[in-house]
Write a protein that binds this ligand. Structure first.
Ligand code: F6P
Length: 341
């Protein structure tokens, strides 16, 4: 059997660990051959491939990014896209695909499976917002990077008696904000799931200033105020219709400065959260997901995604994984609220 592997969507630490595990186990235990497709769905769409064997995956376990490249190509928006993928797979003798990606990439995988393509999905995203898996790899690394940044920002904010607003990634789900903010003792954490009240935020900030302790506000890029409270700019959209976010941190800092009369600055962590070497947790999770994904291929269990539930790797339908996003539940946010102000 020849298996194609691709990585789509925003990159994250651990992608190479999955690729390595899929290839190593596929060759050793199942006698498979592999073809790497470049840049997400663009690879099978254009027949753009790269060799994938034991040699080419040596040494990639700790490397961030993806040796296959990534893109946000939405082949469902391309006329005749599915047929082109099928033709290219047939031409290359590729029998099945392992697609490593988030909601968009796996959403396409699901539709391809419905149209007869043999595909197994592996969940990835630093946002941790994929359903049917307790964690996605990349998330732990991103949270650790954000936590370390917030720890550092505490000391400089202290010295200058400033409020610092730290904008972290998370379009629709505030997991990175919640975990990094909890881990680093943020003054306030703002998540997309819960529109914030600017007066409450300012109240928390003022309470910290009163105790001579500099406020650190952690805000997810997709967080927004309650209706009618603050004007926000909207950006361009990508092929999957997602707005390019960024800007809430600065907007909040301006508002806090204006309302409190104290200096407030914003720091956007941005792609730093996605770069570099994966944490031990992410390396192990990514490796286990890769091992189980190629076993699913060997079992002919297509249209499925491997995921982590508790400590076990399980298989779930791609539909279950992509139907709804896993957002921060109210109870988890309430736990963090104890420490606000
Ligand atoms: O989906 C992962 C993610 O890192 C989001 O948190 C973020 O909104 C988005 O990707 C940014 O995407 P890009 O790097 O394509 O701008």
């Amino acid at each position: 059997m020849r298996v194609g592997v691709l990585t789509g969507g925003g990159d994250c630490p651990g992608l190479n660990a999955v690729i390595r595990a899929v290839v190593r186990k596929g060759i050793k235990d199942h006698g498979y051959e592999f073809v790497g497709f470049r840049d997400g769905w663009r690879g099978p769409l254009e027949g753009d491939t790269v060799a994938l064997d034991v040699e080419s995956v040596r040494g990639i376990l700790p490397r961030g990014g993806t040796i296959l490249g990534s893109s946000r190509t939405n082949l469902m928006k391309i006329e005749g896209g599915v047929e082109r993928v099928k033709d290219n797979m047939a031409g290359l003798g590729v029998d099945a695909l392992v697609a490593i990606g988030g909601e968009d990439t796996l959403g396409v995988a699901r539709q391809l499976h419905d149209r007869g393509v043999k595909v197994v999905g592996v969940p990835k995203t630093i946002d941790n917002d994929l359903n049917a898996t307790d964690y996605t790899f990349g998330f732990d690394t991103a949270v650790n990077i954000a936590m370390e940044a917030i720890d550092r920002l505490h000391t400089t904010a202290e010295s200058h008696h400033r409020a610092l607003v730290v904008e972290v990634m998370g379009r629709h789900a505030g997991w990175i904000a919640l975990h990094s903010g909890m881990a680093a003792g943020a003054n306030v954490i703002l998540v997309p799931e819960r529109p914030f009240d600017i007066e409450e935020v300012v109240g928390h900030v003022e309470s910290r200033f009163r105790t001579q302790y500099a406020p650190i506000i952690v805000v997810a890029e997709g967080a927004h105020p309650k209706e009618g409270q603050m004007e926000l700019a909207t950006g361009e959209t990508d092929a999957f219709g997602h707005v390019r976010l960024g800007g809430i941190g600065q907007r909040l800092a301006d508002e806090i400065e204006q309302r409190t009369g104290k200096e407030a600055r914003s720091v956007v962590l941005g792609h730093v959260q996605r770069g570099g070497t994966p944490s031990a947790f992410d390396r192990v999770l990514a490796t286990r997901l890769g091992l189980h994904a190629i076993d699913a291929v060997a079992d002919g269990d297509f249209g499925r995604m491997v995921g982590l539930q508790g400590t076990e790797i399980v298989r779930v339908d791609l539909a279950e994984a992509t139907d709804t996003l896993k957002t921060v539940p109210a109870g988890r946010y309430q736990e963090a609220e104890t420490f606000f102000g």
